[in-house]
Design a protein around this ligand. Structure first.
Ligand code: HEC
Ligand code: HEC
Length: 287
């Protein structure tokens, strides 16, 4: 493929017509071999996830080649992501309209997430994906909206956010986001083993005095202030987020009010050691 705008446009048209053809033949094939609607849905969800991953890799390769294509908007235009995601989401919506076999809408939608966040919602380090079960329904919906509008995860250096951003497009309506969030909350949260070394929880406790105002003395967050729970979360993920806030990879979009609240707090943590210390203290608050 030629890595100029025209070359990419032509290439993306070929990729998308290929994807549409594959989706069509997949549906025909799967309809013949599965007998339960629930099985068909799982297969379509898995397929959807694989396609999304392919698109993600494709998009990353182009980021590397074309330094001036930094904004999500210009990429979205070239790749017509929207039409693809609309198509796949419509397919999913069509096949998941009924709640046969007791599956709720949230459960069905969550199948798109398990490959990275795990069936139990506890996150998968290799996928750079955090636990979701510690978070409130309100915060989950808020973050899904942020990813969907490119307010979070669209920065070219946001390796993990760029993985999540396309996934947020699989939810078309706010009701879908609510449904998946409510399913995630129903999975229940549990403590996660610490992996970072060298953090001093005693020093961290002193800096945590700052964080308490919003995240609470127990670290469980405060929905009224849009501040998430920090307990029962992976420590490596928290380190990435603090660094992202500090360097402006997260929280700099002018519409990101929550991000703007959090950024100056990360700036106060002078270096990686200070971040590790406060995270070590946060880990002691886990259930
Ligand atoms: C391709 C892998 C992948 C899939 C599939 C995926 N995610 Fe994510 N998700 C991630 C990664 C990686 C992050 C961390 C982003 C970051 O570091 O900023 C993330 C972050 C999130 C966050 C933010 C959590 C927080 O603490 O702020 C939410 C909410 C979320 N995902 C929900 C979902 C939902 C719901 C689905 C299914 C519709 C889903 N994800 C599917 C990879 C994925
Ligand atoms: C003024 C209120 C406020 C204070 C004080 C504050 N935070 Fe936050 N924090 C937030 C908000 C709001 C968010 C969510 C940002 C968003 O919507 O993307 C957040 C997000 C985070 C996240 C990301 C969580 C996730 O799941 O992605 C971490 C980690 C975090 N804060 C740690 C800290 C630490 C450590 C301190 C103390 C040094 C602190 N915060 C102080 C408001 C605050």
């Amino acid at each position: 493929m030629r890595c100029d705008d025209r070359g990419i446009r032509q290439h993306s048209q070929r990729v998308f017509s290929g994807i549409r053809a594959r989706l069509d033949s997949l549906l025909i094939e799967q309809c013949k071999i599965v007998s339960r609607e629930a099985d068909l849905l799982t297969r379509i969800s898995n397929f959807n996830t694989i396609l999304n991953q392919q698109l993600f890799l494709y998009r990353q390769a182009c980021f590397a080649h074309i330094p001036h294509m930094k904004s999500f908007r210009s990429l979205a235009k070239v790749f017509s992501f929207k039409s693809f995601f609309l198509l796949s989401s419509l397919l999913l919506a069509t096949f998941s309209a009924s709640t046969a076999y007791g599956d709720t809408r949230g459960e069905q939608l969550y199948r798109n997430c398990t490959i990275c966040h795990g069936p139990d919602g506890q996150g998968i380090p290799l996928q750079l994906a955090p636990a979701l079960t510690n978070l409130s329904e309100k915060y989950l919906v808020e973050q899904l909206k942020k990813f969907k509008t490119g307010m979070r995860g669209a920065h070219p250096e946001d390796v993990a956010g760029l993985r999540m951003l396309p996934m947020s497009q699989t939810m078309v309506t706010e009701e879908d986001m609510q449904a998946v969030a409510s399913h995630i909350v129903s999975l229940g949260s549990s403590p996660i083993e610490a992996t970072l070394e060298g953090g001093d929880p005693a020093k961290g406790q002193a800096s945590y005095a700052l964080c308490m105002a919003c995240h609470g003395p127990d670290g469980k967050g405060n929905d009224l202030l849009n501040s998430p729970s920090l307990v029962n979360q992976h420590d490596w993920y928290q380190l990435v987020q603090l660094k992202n806030f500090k360097t402006g990879i997260r929280g700099t979009n002018p519409q990101d009010i929550g991000g703007a609240q959090m950024r100056p707090m990360a700036m106060i943590l002078v270096d990686e050691q200070a971040m590790k210390d406060v995270i070590a203290y946060i880990q002691t608050l886990s259930d």
